[in-house]
Design a protein around this ligand. Sequence first.
Ligand code: GFB
Length: 313
Amino acid sequence: MNPNAAIFVAGHRGMVGSAIVRLLKKEGFHNILTAKRSECDLTRQQQVEAWFNHHGVDYVILAAARVGGIHANNTRGAEFVYQNLAIQTNVIHSAYQNGVKGLMFLGSSCIYPRDCPQPIKEEYLLTGPLEATNESYAIAKIAGLKMVEAYNKQYGTGYLTLMPTNLYGPNDNFDPDSSHVLAALIRKLSDARDSSEKVVKVWGTGMPRREFLLSDDLAEACLFCMRRNIGYSMVNVGSGEEVTIRELAELVAQTVGFRGQIEFDSRMPDGTPRKLLDSSRINAAGWQARTPLREGLRRLYEWYLDRNGGKAA
Ligand code: GFB
């Protein structure tokens, strides 16, 4: 890819989009296009069309999405399905109409059937029922990846969908009600340490297993795939490093210096029992995640402290 290429990163302020912008800058790309919501609301078709008509875009990385953890997904399904369908439909179609050279759409491992065999291969898509807590979000993402496939088939575009596993990183949402588990645990356990609480309740049974990938590693996977023809329209991106939620809570407790007790609140949902991706397609092409969970967690906690003016334990 030419360093002068105009690359539109949709969702540049989010966890994934900001990691992609950091990497593109580091790699010498100097024509990175971004759009503030006040300039272009991606849920509004006319605004997206007008934005593309006024900017010469070569490549699109579609990292804009309505995202959230299990509780947000479970209680705000209408917003998740509507906003994601609108954003991805507007951006993918406008990109096509403007003849972009490449487009990358970002999905999520929750698109796969709840109880599919592990590790999860791309071909398990649509082979069984989805996990109920995030069905609306998963349906929107499935529509997006199928839209990419349909455009590739009918129009000969070489668009690609990356399917990342559970992500964490700088600019994540740390709101305890709507965040994903890793950011939620950093917030809850460091707050509990500060207020000398003896017990922290963690949602669910602690038994589900999750695979975690640092957003900066995902950004490297995105650029890796933009730079070559990977030969598929959909590619899983995982780290291969899987832990139970109990193990994760213990690791976060060590990282933030919380020495109290961790209890599990089984009135809150567990979600899918396990979702470990089979990342052989991208691994075989030569990409591997580089950051072990313990290291990524430590880096994220430093970022969190920096942002919040806090002190390390
Ligand atoms: O990160 P999380 O919300 O994502 O939850 P999912 C993962 C696991 O952590 C679940 C448990 O078993 C939760 O019950 N957990 C424990 C917590 N404590 C907490 C907490 O304080 N906050 C949160 N959020 N979880 C999401 C989907 O599912 O995965 C999205 O809802 C998206 O659609 C994302 O696909 C990758 O892995 O369960």
